[in-house]
Write a protein that binds this ligand. Structure first.
Ligand code: CDP
Length: 256
């Protein structure tokens, strides 16, 4: 399965994985930090499947909207368990298209309504438990891959071969999101900005699967298989090159 290369009889480089050979890379970061761009590029470069776990939480939020459950005010235990059992009973397939119970919801999960709700749904512990189990099953079936989200390197797959954490300034993240959505760059007063920063707050403060804060990030950075990249003024190509350099340095793959 895995190639052991011996460069010289007295010098063993140890285990080197081939692309797609059980290699698992996690990418975590807030909205607009460049996770999806990096995940897709890495997947292509390494021949690995990519899982966008945010799309799963978005599909769960859409389901809640479709069923008219009110989670906009303070969530109650009743609405939490209602949401959790609804999510438990649905099928979510994430690939080039996103299917919720067999229906294509690729565009429907990117609306402002879903943006405003998703972090609340994602903060419900039973929902996270359910989706984390599905994400681990996906990793097992695909024998690794590139998995992006908020808690992949910390909760879903803490034993990933390489754990990338992306950070970027609020201004840059907001401008990127505006560009993605075809909106003017100056969105300082818009609902999009409030939504993005509001999601950051909820995603960082929840008791389970929280996005690591700066202090946690400094601790994580001490691990050999962790790479923290500030993408504020880096191009997508530079970020990809930085990750590829780390992969080579760690001798995770034979050749690229
Ligand atoms: O694309 P963007 O970064 O805006 O968000 P996303 O990756 O589509 O994720 C949407 C939301 O799902 C996030 O704001 C989180 O609330 C939630 N999420 C999560 O809780 N855990 C993950 N592993 C991925 C997403």
């Amino acid at each position: 399965m895995v190639g052991n290369i011996e460069v010289a009889p007295q010098c063993t480089w140890g285990t080197v994985k081939m692309p797609g050979d059980g290699l698992l890379i996690s990418i975590d970061g807030p909205a607009g930090s460049g996770k999806s761009t990096l995940a897709i590029a890495l997947g292509k470069r390494l021949g690995l499947e990519v899982l966008d776990t945010g799309a799963m939480y978005r599909a769960a939020a859409l389901l809640v909207l479709q069923h008219g459950i009110d989670v906009t005010s303070d969530m109650t235990d009743t609405s939490d368990s209602q949401v959790a059992s609804l999510v438990h009973g649905c099928s979510i397939e994430v690939g080039p298209r996103v299917l919720l119970d067999g229906v294509d919801v690729t565009d429907a999960i990117r609306t402002h309504q879903v943006d405003m709700l998703v972090s609340r749904v994602a903060a419900i512990p039973a929902v996270r438990e359910d989706l984390v189990a599905r994400q681990r099953a996906w990793i097992a079936v695909h024998d690794g891959g590139v998995v992006e989200g908020r808690d992949i390197g910390t909760v879903v797959a803490p034993d990933a071969d390489l754990k990338v954490f992306l950070v970027a300034s609020d201004e840059v993240r907001i401008a990127r999101r505006a560009a993605e959505r075809g909106m003017p760059a100056d969105l300082s007063l818009s609902g999009v900005v409030q939504g993005l920063l509001g999601r950051d707050r909820i995603d960082s403060a929840r008791p389970v699967g929280a996005l690591p804060d700066a202090v946690r990030m400094r601790t994580l950075e001490q691990e050999d298989n962790v790479l923290v990249i500030d993408s504020t003024s880096a191009t997508a190509v530079t970020v990809l090159d930085t990750v590829m350099a780390k992969i080579k340095e760690m001798r995770l793959i034979d050749a690229v």
